[in-house]
Design a protein around this ligand. Structure first.
Ligand code: SAM
Length: 231
């Protein structure tokens, strides 16, 4: 199936509310566990000196879970949509576990405009994460350029996203499955996201052709791709 790009930022209020109100916790907990296992395997423990950055953080679902998992580590969630950042701030403010979120903050910025020497990065990033972001980025090189510029030799990258289905029929089947659980706005967005997603070969070939072979790409089940490692 040909890739059909979708808008990068999620800015429509209805779209943001639908996304924020949906329960994706199973997949989110799974991602935090995957990151944790990877760090353990690499013998890396995160503490007060470290910085975690969550690119395309949306309403903060992953950022909050990162902050809860590593409460002594500074976590910065970044999103280019003002509406999403407002939601993320709101979710943080109404959280019942404020104590664990005191080192979490949000920044509204397009990922393409972040420079490693500005506001956030008084220290080097130890863990650079994204979930469901890559498919939003129109040109793959913009995503990799960003993570390359934000990474240093201590930065562990871990980016998870949807994998583009083989054909239209498979994409429609996934949309129908989505409709059993989520509302129409969200399922339409999911369908657009599936069509905008990249394939394993597109991500893998990009890394091989652009001197990024220290990053690995793997298929996580039949629906997801993970790009991880050092840049
Ligand atoms: C599908 S949501 C995922 C949100 C969150 N990572 C999660 O897993 O719940 C994708 C988010 O990426 C943001 N985004 C897309 N392109 C972006 C860009 N170029 N710069 C900053 N944020 C971007 C969108 O605004 C949206 O909030």
């Amino acid at each position: 199936m040909e890739r059909i790009p979708e808008p990068e930022l999620m800015e429509e209020k209805k779209q943001v509310i639908s996304y924020d109100e949906a329960d994706f916790s199973e997949g989110e907990i799974n991602l935090i566990n995957q990151i944790d296992h990877y760090l353990l395997r690499k013998n890396i423990s995160l503490g007060e000196e470290d910085l975690i950055v969550d690119l395309g953080c949306g309403p903060g679902n992953i950022s909050e879970k990162l902050a809860i998992k590593w409460p002594n580590t500074e976590v910065v969630g970044i999103d280019g949509s003002k509406e999403m950042i407002l939601r993320a701030e709101h979710n943080k403010n109404i959280s019942t576990i404020q104590k664990k979120l005191k080192k979490l903050r949000y920044v509204c910025s397009d990922i393409k405009d972040i420079k490693s020497n500005n506001f956030l990065l008084k220290k080097r990033i130890s863990l650079l994460v994204s979930n469901s972001l890559i498919h939003h980025i129109t040109n793959l090189e913009d995503f990799f350029k960003t993570i390359r510029s934000l990474s240093s030799n201590i930065t562990v990258n871990f980016h998870k996203d949807l994998k583009r289905p083989l054909d239209e029929k498979s994409a429609l089947e996934l949309k129908i499955q989505c409709e059993t659980k989520y509302n129409e706005i969200l399922c339409n967005d999911y369908y657009a996201s599936l069509r905008a997603s990249y394939t394993f070969n597109e991500l893998k070939n990009f890394t091989l052709e652009n001197d990024l072979s220290s990053l690995d790409v793997y298929e996580d089940g039949d629906k997801y791709l993970i790009v991880y490692g050092n840049v």
